[in-house]
Design a protein around this ligand. Structure first.
Ligand code: ADP
Ligand code: MG
Length: 224
């Protein structure tokens, strides 16, 4: 099976002079194509820090992150940005949609950052994805005109529109009530199955986590 992500001996130590905080120590992780991993663990255990490192948004103190055969730590900022745009999708607890743009524009944004996409192509693909997340009737709505669940579905469409190899989701349903959380999770799972990307999802919800292929628990920066 194709390995999409490999993290080797990842540590993160925040060094503030006298105070050194070890947040992650010596973590290994391998993710295969199409795999669905859930990461659980109490607040402050290091889950978000790990996701940031895996997504090339921050650099580890020790260790290496490999994505599709490329060592992320050895890339410069421009190269990492390109890799994030081309290989990864991100979904957060808070949607981080741009307030002044409508749903189509928000979803099209990652494609418009690529030079070879015309606006029409990007909007067509964005609307196709919005259709897949059940929001074809909300394409011209701005984030403030959508419900919480709808905003998360737009955020999912934005993360998937580039057909990434790997989606990193940090408590994507954490801000929703139970029913909406389940609906959004099911939608993400269905799309992930259909489109075949790998998914790493941090969640507090053990029931949702148990539906993943694999569950890892983090405690004080270690796997339990
Ligand atoms: P989780 O997502 O599991 O709740 P986080 O990864 O957000 O945990 O945080 C793990 C630990 O790292 C926390 O104890 C937090 O205080 C610490 N931490 C996060 N960012 C910094 C920072 N910039 N400087 C120092 N400590 C930090
Ligand atoms: Mg967190």
């Amino acid at each position: 099976m194709t390995v999409i992500l490999e993290a080797k001996n990842i540590s993160k130590i925040y060094d503030e002079g006298k105070i050194k905080t070890t947040v992650l120590s010596g973590l290994d992780l391998t993710i295969h194509q199409g795999e669905r991993l859930a990461i659980v663990g109490s607040s402050g255990s290091g889950k978000s820090t790990l996701l940031h490192l895996l997504g090339g948004l921050d650099t580890p103190t020790t260790g290496e992150v490999w994505i599709n055969g490329v060592c992320v730590n050895r890339l410069n900022e421009t190269e990492r940005g390109k890799l994030r745009n081309e290989q990864l999708g991100f979904i957060y607890q808070f949607h981080h949609l741009l307030a002044e743009f409508d749903a189509t524009e928000n979803v099209a944004m990652p494609l418009l950052m690529r030079s070879h996409f015309s606006i029409k192509e990007a909007y067509d693909r964005a609307n196709d994805l919005l259709d897949k997340v059940g929001l074809s009737h909300r394409t011209h709505h701005r984030p403030s005109e959508l419900s919480g669940g709808e905003r998360q579905r737009v955020a999912i469409a934005r993360a998937l529109v580039t057909q990434p190899a790997l989606v990193l989701a940090d408590e994507p349903t954490g801000n929703l009530d139970d029913d909406n959380a389940k609906a959004v999770f099911d939608l993400l799972s269905d799309l992930q199955n259909t489109l075949g990307m790998a998914l790493i999802m941090v969640t507090h919800d053990r029931e949702l986590a148990s539906r993943a292929d694999r569950v890892l628990e983090m405690k004080s920066g270690h796997w339990v």
